[in-house]
Each structure stands twice: as structure tokens, then as C-alpha cells.
Design a protein around this ligand. Structure first.
Ligand code: ISL
Length: 544
């Protein structure tokens, strides 16, 4: 593939300008060998779907050797492929095939923690003087023998586990099986630089970096301030969010890592996309200042209430502060699917695509999560079907299985995902929701999404300014980039799209609700609730 070198300062977008990303949750995409779990050859067979849909960048969740305590986010070897998913040769083939189809491939790097099964951790816990001891974060017990400080794990319980052999606690911001690496160790930097090169040499186009907001921890391991009392809180997430994470997350030193990695990535023309889970647009701008991560995800959209003012507020400041370095997502393997979150059924699906359409015009890189193109809703699983440790180990805390069930491909057994008698999570969606059924039905959600990608691609590079339109309290959220307008009706009634001074007319290029005639006549545009449009502004006299 032609490789354009990004600027050393990645503030100038490179090949990924105007690209659309697509997240593949490897375990649930396509199973080629009938063991009930998705794999790399299965993905190769389905790449054509992604090329047909029109995405540019495919991000694969972790496929490395792993005991699967957190379904692959516990990596036991960063430079190999888990036999469950295939081999290094399969990964090489996947990259070649993707490139033939014009797709770029991004893998998931998990640098905050490894698996406890990683040989580094096995050595690290063998004795206190082992050369690998410093790869992880070991601390003496508090005077009362308890954990060294009050930090909590995202996934329930304290963030520290006592190792009886060496008498010290190790830190894990996630499961005890996911010990945190010590980024204050130079050796860890050296190891990861070699890992990046290993994959870039094989032709990988970049990495999505897991938990990019947490790599460094406070050097003094101070207690996190308490925002509210923990007593009585049983939900692991509520407990985690009751602390002000000023000492375990978002330490400014993390940026040094990304600046260093940018130099390596630049040698290969590769992209670095951060899973930057932050609370405010300003924090995102600080974590993605332009000379480190190329893109940082903005997750404010995952917690949206369906209210125009809230939607406007959640995206506007990010667009202004982070601009083309923003990764726009409404769906992922960690969150309830947007069709469910926004009301379920047709209402939820309409709103989900409406919001996606609105985000597609903003500077930055929009992402779809597998099945979003089909308008899928969350699966509702029985307690005995659950697998996610977040829920299994913390009964009552909602887990992530509902958005991770297998992709429905066609009307055959297991919706074409697998020939296994039992798949790792049940196939939940109906044959009529499958990619094949929706590809055959010309007015399906899938075709609407494909058309969105097509219209966006044809628009090419948009005007660099984003001019927000209409009143802050209006039910339509709208902005223009030059003469192209993007508008979403987030209200409950039909509403007229604002066109600004001079009352220009609109030619609708795309509607998220219907297939518009590309030669539609100019005029005022009324949007249904949940509908979004892309339209061209023209002057009322007919000129542009
Ligand atoms: O989701 C969060 C809070 O609700 C975030 O704070 C947190 O950053 C997120 O859970 C991190 O997710 C990533 O790393 C996890 C893994 O389980 C997730 O699947 C992955 O996306 C640990 O590696």
C-alpha cells in the first residue's frame, strides 16, 4: 500500500484523514474452525463485508496468547498469536488480504498491565531481587498489614493483592490476574518499543492503546481523595467512581511514552489511537496534544442522555479542543449498544444512526463497532450464560456480555458465525437482522449505514471550520463546514433545520431515515425525531 509518512508532529493528519474505523471483537466476529470462538481466519473470510461497507481502518481486539481472565486483555505474550485465534502466519495473511482490499489493520496494545501468566510477572514474583521485580509495581503492606493505599480496582475490590511468597502487594487497576506494569522502569519502555517494531515490521498499520490514560501512577502512591462515602455501595463501578482518581489515573508523565512511540510509529507510517478514558474535553486535549497519540477516543458519547442540549454540549467542546485528533465512538465491546441505550427497537436504531451521522462530519475519526451497521441491540442473557468477570465476580454490577454476542452473518445455523454446537456466548440476534438478510433488503439499516460512508467519502476533505448553527436550546443540533451542513433532530417533534443568515436553501445529500434522491430539489428541510441529514447549502437564487 502507498505509505505516506505522517509529520513528526502529527497535528497534520496523514493517510487516516477522512478515514472511518471499525472495531472487530475477535472472539465474536467469525469462527472458522467450529470451536465456538471467533478467530483470525474467520475474520479474513469476512473482510469483504468491511470493504463493501466502506470502512478504512479495522481495529482487532487482542488476539495474543492469554489465559483469558479478561478475554484477551490479559496478555501473556505480546509477540505471538493465541492458538485459539490462529497463528502468526494467519495474522500475516490477514494483513496482506486487508491491504489488497484497501483496508488498514490496527491491533490492540495492552501496556497498562500484562497477564499474571506473562513470563515477566512469573519472574517478578519469584523473589524480591529478581531482575524482573521492577517490571511491576510492588509495595510493602501498610502498617496494619493491609493494602499500601486506598486505590480500587475497576473490576471490584482493592487494586492491590498480597503475594504471600515475597510478602509484598502488587498493583492491579483491573483484575488480580492483570498486574500493572511499572512504567517508571526503563526496561519496560525498551520491551514495548521492541513489541511495536515487531508488529510494524509485519505490516501492521497501527495500534489502539488500551487504558492509555493510566500508564504512569503517582510516584508517592498517595491515597485517592474520597468523593463520597463507600459505605453501602455494592456496585463495583459506583465504588470505583466514588474516588477522585487524581493519583492512579491521568498522570502527566504518560505522555512521554506516546511521544517516544510516535517516533517509532512515524518510521512505519503507523497510527496510534488511544483508549483515553477521561472526564473532560480539556483532559483529552492534554493527553492528545499532537506529538504523541494521533487519535484519542472521546467516550462522553457513551453516556449521552437523548437531549439536544446535552448532545451539543458533549461533542462541541471536544470538536473545538481536540479537533481532528478525536476518535468518535458511540459503541464498543465495553458499553451497552446505542440502539438499546437510546430507547431500543426502531426508535433506538434511528437515534443511533442519527447521532452517528452527526458525528461523521466533525473533524476526527469516526468508529463503528461490529454489528452497529446492522443496528443491533444488546443481548439479554441468563445468569448462567454470563462470562464477563466484571459481572460474574461482582453480582449486581452490569457486565459487558450483552454487547459481545456473536455477529449474525446469515440465516444458517448460529447465524453463520460458527458451526459449533455451543458458541462461547449465545447467538442472540435473529436471522432477519443478519448481514446477508440486510444486504438483500435494499432499504435496510445496513444499506443506510453504507450510504452514509459513501456520502462522507464523496465529500472528501471538508472546510476546516466548524460553525455551530441554531439556538443552544433548539431540538436540532447542527453545524456547517463550509457549504456542507450536518443536522440531527434530538427532539420529540418534527423540526425545521436552521440554515443561518440569508436563508439559503438546502439540498439533502443523505438522510439517516430514508434513501433520498441524489437530485432532490433545494428547499427548507424538516427532520423527523431522531433523523439526521447531510445537506448542501445553496443561495436561494440557485447559485452556491
Ligand atoms: O470503562 C471504564 C469505566 O467504566 C474505563 O474506566 C476503563 O478505562 C475501561 O474499562 C478500560 O477498558 C479497557 O481495558 C480493560 C478491558 O477489560 C476493556 O475491555 C478494555 O477496553 C482492561 O484491559
Amino acid at each position: 500500500m502507498p505509505q505516506q509518512q505522517p509529520d513528526a508532529d502529527s497535528s497534520t493528519p496523514s493517510w487516516w484523514a477522512n478515514s472511518v474505523g471499525y472495531q472487530v471483537y475477535v472472539r465474536s466476529f467469525a469462527d472458522s474452525d467450529g470451536d465456538g470462538i471467533g478467530d483470525l481466519p474467520g475474520i479474513i473470510d469476512r473482510l469483504e463485508h468491511l470493504a463493501w461497507l466502506g470502512v478504512d481502518v479495522v481495529w482487532l481486539t487482542p488476539f495474543f496468547p492469554s489465559p483469558m481472565a479478561d478475554f484477551g486483555y490479559d496478555v501473556a505474550d505480546y509477540t505471538d498469536v493465541n492458538p485459539l485465534f490462529g497463528s502468526l502466519a494467519d495474522m500475516d495473511r490477514l494483513i496482506v488480504r486487508a491491504h489488497e482490499l484497501g483496508l488498514r489493520v490496527v491491533a490492540d496494545l495492552v501496556p497498562n498491565h500484562s497477564s499474571a501468566d506473562h513470563r515477566w510477572f512469573q519472574a517478578s514474583k519469584a523473589d524480591r531481587t529478581n531482575p524482573y521485580r521492577g517490571y511491576y509495581i510492588w509495595r510493602d503492606p501498610a502498617p496494619d498489614g493491609g493494602p499500601p493505599n486506598n486505590w480500587l480496582s475497576h473490576f471490584g475490590g482493592p487494586a492491590w493483592t498480597l503475594d504471600p511468597t515475597t510478602g509484598q502487594y502488587y498493583l492491579h487497576l483491573f483484575l488480580p490476574e492483570q498486574p500493572d506494569l511499572n512504567w517508571r522502569s526503563e526496561a519496560v519502555h525498551t520491551e514495548f518499543e521492541a513489541i511495536l517494531r515487531f508488529w510494524f515490521e509485519r505490516g501492521l498499520d497501527g495500534f489502539r492503546i488500551d487504558v492509555a490514560h493510566a500508564l504512569y501512577k503517582d510516584a508517592e502512591f498517595r491515597d485517592n481523595p474520597l468523593l463520597r462515602p463507600l459505605e453501602g455501595l455494592t456496585n463495583a463501578r459506583d465504588r470505583f467512581e466514588s474516588l477522585d482518581h487524581c493519583y492512579d489515573l491521568l498522570q502527566p508523565e504518560s505522555h512521554h511514552i506516546f511521544r517516544q512511540w510516535r517516533k517509532v510509529a512515524a518510521e512505519y507510517g503507523a497510527i496510534l489511537i488511544g483508549e483515553t478514558y477521561v472526564g473532560t474535553p480539556r483532559q483529552l486535549a492534554e493527553l492528545v496534544p499532537g506529538d504523541g497519540l494521533d487519535i484519542g477516543f472521546w467516550f462522553g458519547t457513551m453516556k449521552l442522555r437523548w437531549e439536544a442540549a446535552h448532545i451539543r454540549e458533549t461533542i462541541r467542546e471536544v470538536a473545538e479542543l481536540v479537533g481532528h485528533r478525536t476518535g468518535w465512538v458511540t459503541s464498543s465491546h465495553d458499553d451497552s449498544r446505542p440502539a438499546t441505550r437510546f430507547g431500543g427497537g426502531d426508535l433506538g436504531r434511528d437515534r443511533s444512526l442519527g447521532l452517528t451521522t452527526l458525528l461523521f462530519g466533525l473533524p476526527g475519526m469516526p468508529f463503528l463497532y461490529q454489528g452497529q451497521e446492522l443496528g443491533l441491540e444488546d443481548a439479554v442473557l441468563r445468569p448462567d450464560q454470563l462470562t464477563d468477570p466484571v459481572e460474574v465476580r461482582n453480582p449486581g454490577t452490569p457486565g459487558r456480555d450483552g454487547c459481545r454476542t456473536p455477529m449474525p452473518w446469515d440465516r444458517s445455523e448460529n447465524a453463520g458465525f460458527s458451526t459449533a454446537a455451543k458458541t462461547w456466548l449465545p447467538v442472540w440476534h435473529s436471522p432477519e437482522e443478519s448481514a446477508q438478510a440486510q444486504r438483500e433488503a435494499e432499504t435496510s439499516h445496513l444499506h443506510l449505514v453504507r450510504r452514509l460512508l459513501d456520502v462522507r467519502r464523496q465529500l472528501g476533505t471538508l472546510d476546516s471550520t466548524v460553525e455551530w448553527m441554531g439556538a443552544d436550546e433548539a431540538s436540532i443540533v447542527a453545524y456547517r463546514r463550509g457549504d456542507v451542513l450536518f443536522a440531527l433532530n434530538a427532539g420529540d417533534d418534527c423540526a425545521l433545520v436552521p440554515t443561518g443568515a440569508g436563508d439559503p436553501t438546502l439540498v439533502v445529500l443523505y438522510s439517516s431515515r430514508s434513501f433520498v434522491d441524489p437530485a432532490s430539489t433545494p428547499g427548507p428541510v424538516t427532520l423527523q425525531p431522531g433523523e439526521a441529514v447531510i445537506a448542501r447549502l445553496g443561495d436561494p437564487a440557485g447559485g452556491r
